[in-house]
Write a protein that binds this ligand. Structure first.
Ligand code: B12
Length: 221
């Protein structure tokens, strides 16, 4: 898949939805699963675009075009999964101040593939609203992506409040910052951190019975 990254990156930067779609359909879809596509093609491609942007070799407008082109392709390849109410619930969001949603969007696809019942709130969710949602919906897992150091104080505050109102909830945190920083406040039994989607997939498979038991306990109470 590595050899496809330059062509894929070029298609995104040119805003060429048709070529990006052709690449996906002809060279990727039948050969690898979605998880491998996200990790081995999309991620390196977007990281490359970030490097070009940082070095002023592309403009903000070109980065926006690439992101929008990617989003267009992704919206056509996501599949609707049927979900029963008797499946564990996962609430996914980025905390206020965090706009980088792509990794979280992919995490949502992993949850859906494993038949979780999810609510994906996207970017920039105020702490108080995230907490209100948790209180009302009572998920088994709260799933957060963090990419900017500026969002750390809000993340910390949010986790403290969620643990106060729902102590049995599992908190799963991923994102660029997890690979770059050693965040002491995330080192707790109730919190798990992830460097990528493969780690998430393995964790969810390994703990599926545990999450089902948590759900059944909630239903019977
Ligand atoms: C696209 C993009 C944007 C878009 C985001 C659009 C969107 N809807 O996501 C927009 C234009 C909004 C944006 C804004 C900004 N951005 Co920006 N952005 C990027 C870019 C180019 C790509 C991000 C991306 O999609 N990566 C691909 C995904 C798949 O990677 P990922 O997020 O790391 O996710 C992977 C893992 O981390 C993990 N993961 C992520 N989340 C989760 C969650 C869970 C639960 C799990 C299990 C796993 C997981 O799984 C994924 C696959 O492995 C990056 C470059 C980069 N290196 O990432 C810069 C980058 C992150 N941005 C940067 C900057 C500076 C900004 C701005 C400050 C720019 C500005 N001046 O306004 C703002 C800040 C906005 C904010 N407050 O959040 C810098 C950050 C530098 C730093 N010091 O931290 C980067 C690194 C660019 C650069 N090289 O300078 N950005």
């Amino acid at each position: 898949m590595k050899q496809l990254v330059p062509a894929f990156t070029k298609a995104l930067l040119k805003g060429d939805v048709q070529f990006a779609t052709e690449l996906y359909t002809n060279e990727i879809e039948s050969k690898v699963n979605q998880l491998t596509f996200f990790e081995s093609v999309v991620k390196p491609s977007m990281y490359r675009i970030g490097d070009l942007w940082e070095k002023n070799q592309i403009t903000v407008a070109e980065e926006h075009l690439a992101t929008a082109t990617l989003k267009y392709l992704l919206s056509s390849m996501y599949t609707p999964y049927e979900v029963s109410e008797r499946r564990p619930k996962g609430l996914l969001f980025c905390i206020e101040g965090e706009q980088h949603t792509l990794g979280l969007e992919f995490a949502n696809e992993i949850f859906k593939e494993l038949q979780w019942n999810t609510r994906y709130l996207g970017a920039n969710v105020p702490v108080k609203d995230a907490v209100t949602f948790v209180k009302a919906w009572e998920p088994q897992a709260v799933v957060i992506s963090i990419g900017m150091t500026t969002a750390i104080p809000s993340l910390r505050e949010c986790l403290e409040q969620i643990e106060d109102i729902q102590p049995d909830v599992k908190i799963l945190v991923g994102g660029r910052l997890i690979s770059h920083y050693n965040l002491e406040f995330l080192k707790k039994e109730s919190i798990n951190t992830f460097h990528d989607l493969i780690e998430l997939h393995d964790y969810l498979e390994e703990h599926s019975e545990q999450f089902l038991a948590l759900l059944e306990e909630k239903i019977s109470n």
